[in-house]
Design a protein around this ligand. Structure first.
Ligand code: AP5
Length: 218
């Protein structure tokens, strides 16, 4: 199953991707995670990306598309993958189509997580991430058992620098201007499914599982 998860920051794409990756045994490919990992390692890519990410702006298309196209060539992506946070502009979507066409492949389904700015802001300002394993929590919705400590690996939890309210507002505007047009782009191709990102984590996972089963995706 070759999936794209589309939606505003905070819609729950990353949270669902982790569960879907486990259930369907396909890799979760998050451009945000790849870029943050490069920033952490001080890699040239990270140095280039950091200034954009800190401002809540998009990293240039050619940088991000190159990363994804290379990642999709890895053996674990042969039978399927979940693209989370990519594509994010029409140029990225067209370049992805082109790259997949060259290898006789294509996206099976794009799931659009619809949510309001109010919920996105509330979720992102409460998000805490494990510094060691990257697992996401939310101070109210999905709290860790012990404050500030990851349940999975005992790592310390921190707030992403781009989750400060003023940067979140900028990210939502960037989403509206540059990413939302992809909803129409994929609807016209007949591969768009809409879900409510406002559902709880487990309910949304059930909805997604049913959509994939109905579409006979596995
Ligand atoms: P990225 O990391 O992709 O951030 P994003 O798209 O803004 O997505 P988020 O991770 O903020 O939201 P999400 O929908 O995954 O929500 P999550 O599940 O974490 O990108 C970061 C930056 O990298 C970009 O700003 C840009 O600079 C750069 N970048 C990345 N990709 C790029 C690209 N293709 N092109 C150019 N630049 C790119 O959940 C959020 C919170 O809510 C968590 O606390 C979670 O615990 C909680 N939560 C999740 N689901 C639920 C639920 N159902 N109910 C209640 N709470 C929930």
């Amino acid at each position: 199953m070759k999936l794209v998860l589309l939606g505003p920051p905070g819609a729950g794409k990353g949270t669902q991707s982790i569960e879907l990756s486990r259930e369907y045994k396909i890799p979760h490919i998050s451009t945000g995670d790849i870029l943050r990992e490069s920033v952490k390692r001080g890699a040239p890519l990270g140095l280039k990306a950091k200034s954009y990410m800190d401002k809540g702006a998009l990293v240039p298309d050619e940088v991000v598309t190159g990363i994804v196209v290379e990642r999709l060539k890895e053996p674990d992506a042969k039978s399927g993958y979940i693209l989370d946070g990519f594509p994010r502009t029409l140029v990225q979507a067209e370049d992805l189509d082109e790259a997949l066409k060259k290898i006789g492949s294509g996206i099976d389904m794009v799931v659009y997580f619809e949510t309001s700015d109010k919920i996105a802001i509330e979720r992102l300002s409460g998000r805490r991430v494990c510094r060691s394993c990257g697992f996401n929590y939310h101070v109210k919705n999905i709290p860790p058992k012990k404050e500030g400590v990851c349940d999975k690996c005992n790592g310390a939890l921190f707030q992403r620098p781009d989750d400060k309210e003023e940067t979140v507002i900028k990210r939502l505007k960037v989403y509206e201007d540059q990413t939302k047009p992809l909803v129409d782009f994929y609807a016209k191709k007949g591969i768009l499914e809409k879900v409510s990102g406002d559902l709880g984590v487990e309910d949304l996972f059930k909805v997604l599982s049913k959509i994939f089963a109905d579409a006979k995706l596995r």
